[in-house]
Ligand binder design. Sequence first.
Ligand code: HQG
Length: 187
Amino acid sequence: MNLTSLSRTISHALRHAPWLYELELDNEGWTPVEPLLVALRRERAEWANVTEADLAEMIATMPKQRHELKEGRIRALYGHSIAGKLKKEPATPPQFLYHGTAPETVALITTGGLQPMARQFVHLSSDEATALNVGRRKAHQPVILQVAAATAHECDVRFYLGNENVWLADAVPPEFITPRQGQPDPE
Ligand code: HQG
């Protein structure tokens, strides 16, 4: 079974369009696994016999931890664009977090701050290597922005944990954002 396509479809269902799969998410993004399995089995012949164990294997083996499976329920850990903002526990961030983006958006971000755009939250990375990979989705030579997260947190900007590499925030004002000097070379 191609676990990458399985993961992509599950992210589509749990982040963006649960109704297309006849799913309903609760206010923390959880949905029962069984109806998701029913929808996946209908979606592709390859998934006709997909089980909860396959989902557990997908979560354990994908390089990014995108989903969480617990007591017969599943949710996406970040990335949501659905209407109705998810309820998340605010958390204390590390001193710095990072955000990789395209060079052409840097001026907009350093003046207007980081905005969630099409998603519910701004997505930040816990280290520069992760931010570089995120930024490469947008540009061959992304720019890494450093966010003074601990200072922003002291000034009442709220942060939430996605997974160990991904932090979320409602929005980050520009005074906490600095472009990194000496950007790492893309391969
Ligand atoms: C930019 C992937 C103009 C921001 C990744 C980014 C991540 C602004 C884009 C996760 C702006 C939104 C999310 C402003 C922010 N003006 N542009 N004021 N503020 N932006 O894809 O953070 O593989 O929605 O710089 O790894 O790139 O799907 O967010 O370029 O963790 O699991 O608006 O998605 O994870 O782009 O990525 P996105 P993102 P998965």
